[in-house]
Structure formats: C-alpha cells, structure tokens
Design a protein around this ligand. Structure first.
Ligand code: KIV
Ligand code: ZN
Length: 436
C-alpha cells in the first residue's frame, strides 16, 4: 500500500536527524541562528527534499460571505493584487453567478492579475458553470471550482436525492467545466461527515470525468485532526486514479480545529490548503492562511514549503481587517496585536536575556512590529528597567528597586502602565532624590 506521505515521513526522519546534527553546530547571534557551512549544506538538502503545498486563498469568496464583510469590486480588486504579491498560488475571487457585482469583481480580477490562478465557485449547475467560465475568461490561467454535497444529510435534506444520482450530477458538472478549462476543482461539500467508502466512489468518478483538484471540505468543522488525516489517507489508498489529481484541505473552525485539521490533511496526503487571511469565513471561520504557512515554515522537518512571503503576513492582515471592518482578536496567532507582547515578569526577564526563550518567531519575519514589553502589575524589575531605559533614563539597581515600589502601586490601579505614567514616576523619583 502506497502512502503519499511516506516520502514525507522519510524526509521527516532524515530532517529530524539533520536538525539534531545541525543544532549542535549552530550558535545564536543577536537572536539569529548562525550555521556552519556544513549545516547550511544539510539544511539545503532538507529544502531540496521538501514538497510544495499549494495555497488556495478564499478570502474573497468564503471570507467575504461573512455578514458585514462584503466588498465592492474596487476593494476586491485592490486586495487581489495584495494576495498575488503575498504569493498565493490560487485565488478564489468569488461566486460569479451569485450577483452581477460578484461577476464583475471576478472578471476584473481575471483581467488584472498575471501570475495567480484565478478561481470561481459554482454549484453543480450548468448556468453557474457557464457564467463562471465567462467571468474568468480573460485570466491568464483560471480554475472552475464546482461541486455538490455528498454527506447523507445533504443528499437527503438539501437534494432529496440518492447517492447514485449525486455521483451522476457531480460527473456531469465536472465534464461541463472541462469544456472551458483543463483546471477543474471538485468539492464534495460536507466531506467531513461523508462516509469514506462512498466519498471514494465520488472522487474516483470525478477524477475519471476530468477533475484535477479534489477539495475535501470539512464544511461544518466537525472532524478531529486524526479523522481528517485518515480521510485523506483513505482516499489516497483507495481511489485508484487519485495520482492524477491534487487533494485539497478546506476546513472550517467550528471547534477551533481548522488549522490543525489542515496540517493533518497535508500529513494524510493533501498538497493544497484552502484558507483565508485572519481565518475569516462562514460562522467560526476558515483555516487561517498565516497560521498554516507559519506552521509549515517553522516545522521544516515535516518536509513541506509554500510560496508565501511571510513578511507580508501582518501588512495584509491589517489591510483585510480594515477593508472588511473585522477586528483581529489580540491573541490571534501570528497577526494579533499581542502575538509578540510579553507582560508577565517571568517571561519578560527571560525574553530580555534572550528573545528565543519566549518567542519562536522573530516578529520581523512575519512583518509585525517589534516585540513589546507591556507593563502590568505582573511585570518585574527587568521589564521596568528596560522600559525606563528606552525612555532615556539610566537608573541603577537601587533606583529601580525604589521605583519598582512606586510602579506596583500604580500598576495595581491600572490595566497597563504606559509611557506617560513612567515619565511621571521617574520625574517624581528624581525630584525626591535631589531634595534629599
Ligand atoms: O465549506 C465548504 O464546503 C465550501 C464549499 C462551497 C467549497 O466552502
Ligand atoms: Zn467553506
């Protein structure tokens, strides 16, 4: 039995072995790891063996479906340019049949972008497919994303149909889409709750009909990571023509597992992740692009890479948040305002001695502002001295001890001690010292 991730497991073992070796040969210099030429050679070897995971961005489709996040054509076009700069491989620009406005947005994006594959969503309906093809026609490269619900729940309640009839509709939709492009992605909606044996039959039939990417959505965010991984591996092992297509993860976040499930899906054999900036999307959202990209980036030993430029992650997160008027939660990984803030004394002391003690990512790597030392009642003397030093005060240890007593009194009354509080405290302390 062939496992698509067998190679990756092998790479993983080799990678871990290499990293183990390289660690002992690297030193830390100014928060950067510096490697010997031999280490660099070995890391290069890991990269050489890595496999690409395609990033399919659906901020402008699944993300834009969120109430309050609707964008006009001008806004969508501006964001699509940013997404291309970020390096997404496929950009789902919209659902062209849904409204004349969305048709126009997809059409304008198709006319403007040069390198990215532009994708349009359809149902397994002839009109949807024809309208999508028309909207996408000007693109240098385009993909039609068509599909249908495959879980028994969808078949019974949405379609009042049968498993056999759904396979037939899926096959017809893929064949119709293939009349317009060689790049057809099929989604099996609610695949997360679809019986694997039946799902494999659907997938085999649509690959035979010409689908080149197979989206396995966990539409309701129900799966556990091991289940989603097993689902992908099951398809890889049981669909005889699966090697002709790319398996894709599309995970929703109803149980907070979208990111974990997408990574598990890749480990099970998928090579595309569908995701959105800031994890925007229906209900609890979709997989956050910035999270999966940084997981694959940080865990190189897994053996995967993406084409995303991580330095643009924070700028694009802010832009999406502004234009969609959707605030990013402060503790959001990678792009939240607290993602690189340290406020407890224990963490601050360690961080000020060596950043890597409490940070696995250098904020500059993801285009974030410098790490912050936030002063609260839980902060310690090192943090206070550090912040005062940044304001130009050069107090000795005894001064800091005295100032710390003043500081905790203020901090107990306030959520955060800010620059102006420190100035007041330092000035008051200096006055007392002069008058003594
Ligand atoms: O979540 C989902 O199943 C979808 C499909 C329409 C791809 O967004
Ligand atoms: Zn979705």
């Amino acid at each position: 039995m062939y496992y698509p991730n067998f190679g990756s497991f092998t790479h993983c073992k080799i990678g871990i072995k290499m990293i183990k070796n390289t660690r002992s040969e690297s030193i830390n210099l100014n928060n950067k790891r510096v490697f010997s030429p031999f280490c660099i050679y070995k890391l290069f070897k890991i990269n050489e063996m890595s496999e690409k995971v395609y990033i399919f961005d659906t901020t402008l489709r699944d993300g834009e479906q969120v109430p309050g996040c609707k964008l006009n054509t001008k806004e969508k076009l501006a964001l699509s340019v940013r997404l291309e700069e970020l390096g997404v491989d496929i950009l789902e620009a919209g659902f062209p049949v849904s409204s004349p406005g969305d048709f126009d947005s997809v059409n304008q994006i198709a006319k403007t972008l040069k390198n990215t594959v532009i994708c349009g969503l359809t149902r397994a309906v002839q009109k949807d497919i024809e309208v999508a093809a028309q909207a996408l026609k000007p693109a240098a490269r385009f993909r039609i994303h068509t599909g249908i619900g495959t879980s028994d729940l969808h078949i019974k309640y949405k379609f009042n149909s049968t498993r056999e009839a759904i396979i037939e509709r899926a096959v017809q939709a893929v064949k119709m889409a293939r009349n317009f492009t060689d790049d057809v992605e099929f989604y099996a909606e609610d695949a997360g709750r679809t019986d694997n044996v039946y799902l494999a039959q659907v997938i085999e039939a649509v690959v035979k009909a010409g689908a080149t990417t197979l989206n396995i959505p966990d539409t309701t965010g129900y799966c556990l990571p091991y289940q989603y991984q097993e689902k992908m591996a099951y398809l890889w092992n049981n669909v005889h023509n699966i090697h002709k297509a790319v398996l894709s993860c599309h995970c929703h976040n109803d149980l907070g597992l979208a990111t974990a499930n997408s990574i598990a899906g890749v480990m099970g054999g998928a090579r595309q992740i569908e995701c959105t900036i800031n994890g925007l999307g229906e209900r609890a959202g979709n997989t956050a692009l910035e999270e999966v990209v940084m997981i694959l980036n940080q865990h190189k030993d897994l053996g995967y890479y993406t084409s995303i430029n991580p330095k643009l992650l924070n700028p694009i997160s802010r832009e999406v948040s502004d234009v969609m008027r959707m605030a990013v939660q402060p503790n959001k990984a990678i792009v939240g305002s607290n993602a690189f803030s340290h406020s407890s004394g224990i963490h601050q002391d360690g961080f000020l001695k060596e950043a890597q003690t409490y940070e696995i990512i250098n904020p500059a790597e993801v285009g974030a502002e410098d790490s912050k030392i936030v002063l609260t009642a839980r902060s310690g003397r090192s943090a206070l001295a550090h912040r005062l030093h940044k304001l130009g005060y050069d107090f000795n240890r005894n001064d800091i001890d005295a100032l710390y007593a003043l500081f905790v009194n203020v901090a107990d009354k306030k959520k955060e001690v800010v620059e102006s509080d420190l100035q007041t405290m330092a000035a008051a302390y200096q006055t007392t010292m002069v008058s003594q």
